[in-house]
Design a protein around this ligand. Structure first.
Ligand SMILES: [Zn+2]
Length: 140
């Protein structure tokens, strides 16, 4: 429980997303990859949006990418985030594929210093026993 008394919400893995969260708990960024056309995809889903295949596997991604877009949160949506504002939420274009974008926070960079095109790499924040959230840090 945080000092504000509000619980931070935790991921709720399901059949499609469980491998993503299990990898995060190991400190790895793993993403779904299509067995039909080899396309990476995020968020996880049962079928491939490119070729329609229902067969997929999970592979470890490089964890390296570029900030494609971002927002700075000033008003906390939930009480659990009240002590964190302002913070940046970034959409990162991964090196594997320019159409592959993953969202997360960039906790080590002041919001005023975040910029589109910034090189970042994945890192992981442990938020509960066996639960880690993929996040981003500057790679410049
Ligand atoms: Zn496919």
């Amino acid at each position: 429980m945080s000092a504000s008394g509000a619980e931070r919400p935790l991921p709720l893995p399901d059949a499609d997303t469980a491998p993503y969260w299990e990898a995060a708990a190991r400190g790895e960024l793993a993403l779904q990859r299509c067995d039909g056309c080899d396309a990476w995809r995020f968020p996880p889903r049962p079928g491939c949006p490119r070729c329609g295949s229902l067969a997929s596997r999970w592979e470890r991604a490089s964890g390296r990418g570029t900030v494609w877009s971002f927002v700075v949160v000033h008003g906390p949506v939930l009480p659990a985030f009240a002590e964190r504002v302002p913070f940046a939420v970034v959409l990162v274009e991964l090196d594997e594929d320019p159409r592959l974008r993953v969202v997360g926070n960039l906790p080590g960079v002041a919001p005023a210093r975040v910029r589109i095109g910034m090189r970042v790499e994945a890192c992981f924040e442990t938020v509960a026993d066996g639960v880690a959230l993929p996040q981003w840090r500057s790679a410049e």
